[in-house]
Design a protein around this ligand. Structure first.
Ligand code: BTN
Length: 149
């Protein structure tokens, strides 16, 4: 007679055990934020470096919005536990400004990946007397862009 316990154990290991491993948050892919901006992050290399592109939905200028390049870095320490910290810079191709983002890639309570970020947008000003008003600060929440079927 086949014993139930080993059979169940095999079934558990084959089906159940892998899903018990905590889901990791992966930076690569397409993301959309709470402003409707779209971002693509290409592959993250072995040093944690990555490149990508950013299509902002809004601008502080009157210029026509264009897709802009981004360069970033992800923390690779063993402490990250599948929810890594990262930073990236967007060098706007249609304005004189630069934005730096910093944040963490989380898996939320429903298992969905989310990027919680803060940013600093530095605008160019004409002279040092205007430096005080040159930097905006804010937050953005990114969720993975779902492909339409
Ligand atoms: C500019 O206006 O000079 C460049 C575009 C800035 C867009 C900002 S960056 C922070 C915030 N998050 C976005 O997705 N867009 C705005």
């Amino acid at each position: 007679m086949v014993q139930a316990t080993p059979v169940l154990l095999v079934l558990f290991l084959a089906l159940g055990a892998p899903s018990l491993a905590a889901k990791k948050c992966i930076l690569s892919g397409r993301w959309v934020n709470d402003l409707g901006s779209n971002m693509t992050i290409e592959a993250v290399n072995e040093n944690g470096d990555f490149a990508g592109s950013y299509h902002t939905a809004v601008t502080a200028t009157t210029n026509e919005i264009k897709v802009s390049p981004l360069q970033g870095s992800m923390q690779k320490s063993r402490n990250q536990k599948g929810q890594p910290t990262f930073g990236f810079t967007v060098n706007w191709s249609f304005s004189d400004s630069i934005t730096v983002f910093t944040g963490q890639c989380f898996v939320d309570n429903s298992g969905k990946e989310v990027l919680r970020t803060m940013w600093l947008l530095r605008s160019r000003v004409e002279n040092i007397g205007s430096d005080w008003k040159a930097t905006r600060v804010g937050t953005n929440i990114f969720t993975r862009l779902q492909l339409q079927e």
